[in-house]
Design a protein. Structure first.
Length: 107
């Protein structure tokens, strides 16, 4: 799955991806390709979704509108985080520093 081609409205209220024929797909354990502009390698990187969660904001941090009944789904891989905001159909990507045994991971 390419993270740049999906929208926040492609996810249902439970954080499951709506696929072909309206099938609900759990992304936990699936691979997502993240865009090159957040990847340290400078090219798109594919990683497995390790954690799926949701968070409720009273005001959307992206469009600044009240977001009643809209949960913001969070998908975490080893190095990246993807957050979906259904109110404005926005997907946010972030890169995190990865540490192993107290040292920064370098490829």
């Amino acid at each position: 799955m390419d993270a740049t081609t999906i929208t926040a409205r492609d996810f249902d209220d439970d954080g499951l991806f709506i696929g072909e024929n309206f099938s609900r797909i759990e992304l936990l354990g699936k691979s997502i390709t993240f865009p090159d502009y957040i990847c340290s390698s400078g090219s798109p990187e594919t990683e497995e979704v390790l954690i799926r969660g949701s968070y409720y904001y009273y005001i959307c941090p992206y469009c600044k509108l009240t977001a009643p009944d809209d949960y913001f789904h969070i998908f975490k891989t080893l190095q990246y985080v993807m957050v979906t905001a259904k109110c404005c159909n926005h997907i946010s990507f972030a890169a995190e520093k990865v540490h192993f045994w107290g040292k920064e991971f370098v490829e």
